[in-house]
Every structure is written in structure tokens, then in C-alpha cells.
Design a protein around this ligand. Sequence first.
Ligand code: KMH
Ligand code: ZN
Length: 280
Amino acid sequence: MSRMTGTLITVAPTGAESSKADVPALPVTLDELVSTAKECEALGASIVHVHIRDDDARPTLDQGRLRATVAALRESTGLIVQLSSGGAVTDPEADRLAVLDAEPEMASCTMGTVNFGDGVFLNRWEFIVDLHTRMQERGVVPEYEIFDLGQLTTLQRLLGKYGLPAGGHVHVDLVMGVPGGMPGTAAALVACEQVIRDLPEGTTFSATGIGRSTLPVMLASLAAGGHLRVGMEDTLTYGKGRPVESNMQLVARAVGFAQLAQRPPLTPAQARELLGVAAR
Ligand code: KMH
Ligand code: ZN
């Protein structure tokens, strides 16, 4: 298995769930996002998973802003720009599909509906098929988001019926510890890894643990040959009683663990090669 390479580190700096009022360190403007992305790249991140905000710092899928964000991140960083097609739980399907019109290199693609705290993150089968096939047509490389074990089986069904994604490589991200999804534990990660073995040869995975599950998930993923996603979308507390100061703090910790595991961070160029994303 070719998974024991260096470590792909994704930073998810903003998300759609936290408010700037509650979390002042959250990057919400384009300037804040770009400077965060640059600093995280310098530390060892190779992908940025992007949710954007409007002038009132509320989540938006505004097409003009998405395009400007992709352009600014490409101009200022070498990171792979991955737009969220998940948005916020309130976003309509049409707006989520239209994210692809902003021409990102990668986009997220969630493999099923999941309770999401008090909300429902709706991902019907027909919507999943639409997203997957549009990404194939446009050459956008998906990151398949997995919130529960059975969603890996949905991915297997999707690939069996509709074929491999753009670039030919399958990469999944285990989003663990969402209230309503699978727990953020080593046992759950290992269970997922067993199912990932049934996906196409060479499939890679990263993992992130929401809230306090960030550390067990990070350590388990490194041990199991997986990659890492960290950031303020998922984690707002660094340690007991210590709010996260910045996304850089989380990326630096992930880089430290990856180096300890003797799986140093992949550069963006190496990440592109691994994931089948076109070189710049
Ligand atoms: N904000 C969540 C409802 C994704 O980016 O694709 C969905 C999410 C997944 O964050
Ligand atoms: Zn997201």
C-alpha cells in the first residue's frame, strides 16, 4: 500500500459554523484568509479547504466572491485550493452545485446525509451523483467527505456506477466526531480504514476530529498511514481551557506530529502528484 508516504496536511481555516463574534481569531475576510493560507503553507500545509463569508462575516456561496477567493489564493500561494461544496446546512443544492463554476482545483463532495448538531446536512443520492459527475466533466478533483462508516459504502457504489473521479485518484477525508456522525476515536478510524481497503487500489485518506477528538484522530490517522486535516473549522480549543489562537497554531502542531511519525509534510507539488491534481 502506497499510503506510508509523507503527510498531506489540509488546513480548514474558517468553516460555516462559528461566528466571528464568538471566535475573533477566525479568518473571515479575503485578506485574513489569504494571509492565513500563506502562513499555513510556510508551515507545511498543502491544501486549503475554503468556506467564505460575506461583509457581515456570515457564510455565503456568492459566485463573485468564490471566484475572487480562488484567484487570490492561487496568486498568493502554491496551495491546492479546495472549495467546500458543503457550505452551511442551510445552503440550497443549486448553490452548492454552482460552487464548481468558480473553477477550483478541488472541491469537497459529501457521501451522505448526516445529523449535524441541531441541523441536518442533506446529501441525497441524486445530488451526490450530480456533484460527482459534474466534477468529472469539469476536471475538478473531489475530496470525498465521510461523516459515517456507511458513507464509504456509498462512495464504493458511486465509483462502481459512475467511474473514477477527475485525475483518476480517490481521496477521502474522514470527518469524525460531528454530533450526529461517527465518533472521533482510534477504533472508528481503524474501522473506516478497513473499509477503505475495498476502494480502488491506491485510495488515500485524511482525517480530522471535531473538537476534543482532534488529537486522538490525528495520532490514529498517522499510525494508520492516513493524512491530516486541521483548522478552526473543526477545532476551537487547543487544550483544556486554551482557545485556539490561530490556524497556524493547529497546523504547526500537526506538522510536529507528522515529523515525529517520520512522515514529514508533503509540499503542494507532491500533494498534487499524489492526488492527481494538475501541476501549476
Ligand atoms: N459546513 C458543513 C455543513 C464540506 O465542507 O464539504 C459541511 C461541511 C462539509 O463543512
Ligand atoms: Zn467544510
